[in-house]
Design a protein around this ligand. Sequence first.
Ligand SMILES: C[S@@+](CC[C@H](N)C(=O)[O-])C[C@H]1O[C@@H](n2cnc3c(N)ncnc32)[C@H](O)[C@@H]1O
Length: 152
Amino acid sequence: HAAEYVFTDISAHFLHRAQEKFADDAFVSYRTLDLERAPLEQGFEAGEFDLVIAVNVVHATADIARSLAHLSSCLAEGGMLVLREVTEPQAWLDLSFGLTPGWWGFADAPLREHGPLLDPAQWERVLREQGFEPALATAEAGRTESVMVARR
Ligand SMILES: C[S@@+](CC[C@H](N)C(=O)[O-])C[C@H]1O[C@@H](n2cnc3c(N)ncnc32)[C@H](O)[C@@H]1O
């Protein structure tokens, strides 16, 4: 009862799907957010959240460092960012998502030049550059996705 959770996506489609799934959870609200643009220009307040969870979305933006800065602006000092990202290139991803223009929409060389995904070491570096203290990264051998937790 003490928690409020704001589910965001750039796409109304995903918001509607989430609204159906979490219909019984009154503490969840739904808002659009374009991570390419400053959240503070989209009705969010600085330091509004204690925790931000971003699952396989930050890589989908043009400039990872700028997107992390946008997420940081929403977090309270000491707030936590939980990132889950595919951290290992796989041919099937290029052959499926690679057919969409968004997969190739990255524009933040030299960080990314040949594909949209970062490996765990690159994530750690860019998180630190954006003022985060990465606290934990699960990057087990054989796992293609990592969960990274970082404190602002
Ligand atoms: C691979 S899907 C992941 C969806 C969901 N987070 C999950 O894990 O099931 C990528 C998501 O990123 C969203 N997305 C793409 N560009 C975005 C942007 N600029 N701002 C916010 N969300 C974006 C898409 O609408 C899509 O829901």
